[in-house]
Design a binder for this molecule. Structure first.
Ligand code: DMJ
Length: 603
């Protein structure tokens, strides 16, 4: 800068005295510091920081208090641990090998997705997601059955589209839409839940309609009370899996936007989220206890939100839940279903592998598998819980059926819910990683539970299973109460058939799946969609007029996979969230860069 000489002012320093110059300089440096610092308080400051700071400076692994060690462990990278790649390579193939995996701090709220490379992710899959020929089975009868399931999906979808487009579920008898109060004003649950099913079935026109709806109509700025659990497993899970399968940024962005809206649910004294969140006011709404199956069924989706957003806050939240559950005393090693989010204590001692408890156990073993078998805490907790379940809940009926009873403060209730039938599949997929002497035992236990659940179907007139069946008062896998006789298109029994088929290739599982298809066709298919029924024990069925979104997301997807080759969504690469949305295993090699460039092409 050139200062002109002013009359009466000396050239040196515009005639300012030394003390004045000092004050001026002080003011100037203060101003510069202030402006620079302000960048860090602007929303989405990561982008701005990137302009001014080098990459390495914006990627420290900083975690919040409380869960510090757990999160750090979880985020530890293979390079630091000296791990090998997924294919057993220790090599350094690829371009960005020297680059450290990036992690932002939890104060960097907001999406920073630029560091996630979809191509790199695809390159780390062991197999193509849709298999060699979209999983088409070699034998004609199986293929015919698979085609039948596809037709059922198209029928369910077409009717939803025709009569309930944009609503959450179809009411197939009255031919209208249902909104309900589970999703806090969010709409289109059946669309989000169907995206991946349509895609893997190759129903591309329908998939494109669904995608367009997400693009133009999915409004996440809803205002209402939503179930954190349901929004997470259906919406976040559905969007994440649609992204991983298709690479469409739209799904990723929506998932991250929604994920951020769920964070206030964790603002409780313990960090255990409450069950109901008010999406509009960005806060939780429900009082009372939190439910194990709800706050324990966030892990898979939240870890993926961290992967995609590069924001550790999601993983921190779920690791904090894990930490509390790890520390708290457990009666007989069991996890009761209710916990106070204020005190962090169990509220009552009711334990169940069915409703209220179920997917907590599922997410322990799946967290371990999804971490490429590095999440040792999840592994230890899962097998510990399974041991306690075997010691306290697993029973044999007089007729020789193995079942999971419920536990009420030490007293057994000899009842098993349809929901608990997922456990055949769960114990099956976890069998291989149990103690060597237990592996065969776990596989046998999985088969026995699946057999019992099949019995609950075969012992009904409709060949569909009741909501809950009992093993007391002379009952063996049948419902004794009128209120337990309904079937609402639930997937759990078929889910276990699918896993047991993959694990054993025993043809009976495909046969059992086909029995279910025939029963669904005969009793649940109505003129304009599929409906649940009120009593599985009577042939003159009464329909409940509801096509649940999980029928499209889970029941039909698991049936389709059951009749497909194993290379359609292979278990070496994918875990299914509890709504059957496939999420990829996070490979160690992904972080070491070892598989960069081995990209699997899109089908
Ligand atoms: C689904 O929404 C999920 O599977 C959940 O974990 C339990 N119940 C339903 C289906 O029955």
């Amino acid at each position: 800068m050139v200062f002109r000489k002013l009359p009466g002012v000396s050239a040196s320093g515009m005639g300012l005295r030394l003390s004045q110059k000092f004050v001026f300089l002080l003011f100037l440096s203060g101003l510069v510091t202030l402006c620079f610092g302000a960048l860090f308080f602007l929303p989405d400051s990561v982008r701005l920081k990137r302009i001014f700071l080098s990459k390495t400076e914006i990627q420290p692994v900083t975690v919040g208090s409380g869960s510090e060690n757990d999160v750090r462990e979880h985020l530890k990278r293979p390079k630091e641990q000296g791990m090998t790649s997924a294919k057993g390579e220790t090599g350094t193939k690829g371009k960005s090998l020297s680059r450290k995996p990036s992690r932002a701090t939890s104060s960097d709220r907001g999406a920073n997705s630029d560091t996630f490379s979809y191509q790199k992710f695809r390159g780390c899959l062991l197999k193509a997601p849709l298999g060699r020929d979209n999983g088409k089975p070699g034998d004609p009868q199986t293929n015919e059955r698979r085609e039948k399931v596809k037709e059922m999906m198209k029928f369910a979808w077409d009717n939803y589209k025709r009569y309930a487009w944009g609503k959450n579920e179809l009411r197939p008898l009255t031919r209208n839409g249902h909104i309900g109060n589970m999703f806090g004003g969010l709409r289109g649950a059946s669309i989000i839940d169907s995206l991946d099913t349509l895609y893997i079935m190759g129903l591309m026109e329908e998939y494109n309609d669904a995608k367009e709806w997400v693009q133009t109509n999915l409004d996440l700025n809803s205002n209402g009370e939503a179930s954190l659990f349901e929004v997470n497993i259906r919406y976040v899970g559905g969007l994440l899996s649609a992204y991983y399968l298709t690479g469409e940024e739209l799904f990723k962005n929506k998932a991250m936007e929604l994920g951020e809206k769920l964070l206030p649910a964790f603002n409780t004294p313990t960090g255990i989220p409450r069950g109901v969140i008010n999406l509009g006011s960005w806060g939780w709404a429900s009082a009372g206890s939190s439910i194990l199956a709800e706050f324990g069924t966030l892990h898979l989706e939240f870890v993926h939100l961290t992967e995609l957003s590069n924001n550790p806050v999601y993983t921190e939240k779920v690791m904090n839940i894990r930490k509390l559950l790890n520390k708290i005393e457990k009666p007989h090693g069991l996890y009761p279903n209710f916990l106070s989010p204020v005190s962090g204590n169990w509220v009552q001692h009711h334990v169940s592998i069915g409703g209220l408890g179920d997917s907590f156990y599922e997410y322990l073993i799946k967290s371990y598998l999804m971490s490429d078998k590095t999440d040792d805490d999840a592994k230890r907790m899962y097998y510990g819980a399974l041991e306690a379940i075997e010691a306290n809940l697993v029973q044999k009926s007089p007729g020789g059926l193995t079942y999971m009873a419920e536990w009420r403060g030490g007293i057994l209730d000899h009842k098993m819910g349809h929901l608990a039938c997922f456990s055949g599949g769960m114990i099956g997929i976890g069998a291989d990683d149990g103690a060597p002497e237990k592996r065969q035992h776990y596989l046998d236990l999985a088969a026995e539970i699946t057999h019992t659940c099949h019995e609950s179907y075969t012992r009904s007139a409709t060949k569909l299973g009741p909501e809950a069946f009992r093993f007391d008062g002379g009952a063996e896998a049948t419902a004794t109460r009128l209120s337990d006789r309904y079937y609402i298109l639930r997937p759990e029994v078929i889910e276990s058939y699918m896993y047991m088929w993959r694990l054993t290739h025993d043809p009976k599982y495909r046969e059992w799946g086909w029995e279910a298809v025939e029963a669904l066709e005969q009793h649940c298919r109505v003129e304009s969609g599929f409906s649940g029924i009120r009593d599985v024990y009577t042939m003159t069925v009464s329909h409940d007029n509801m096509q649940q979104s999980f029928f499209l997301s889970e029941t039909l997807k698991y049936l389709y996979l059951l009749f497909s080759d194993d290379d359609l969504l292979p278990l070496e690469d994918w875990v299914f969230n509890t709504e059957a949305h496939p999420l990829p295993i996070i490979r160690k090699s992904f972080f070491s860069g070892a598989c960069y460039g081995l990209s699997i092409p899109f089908q």
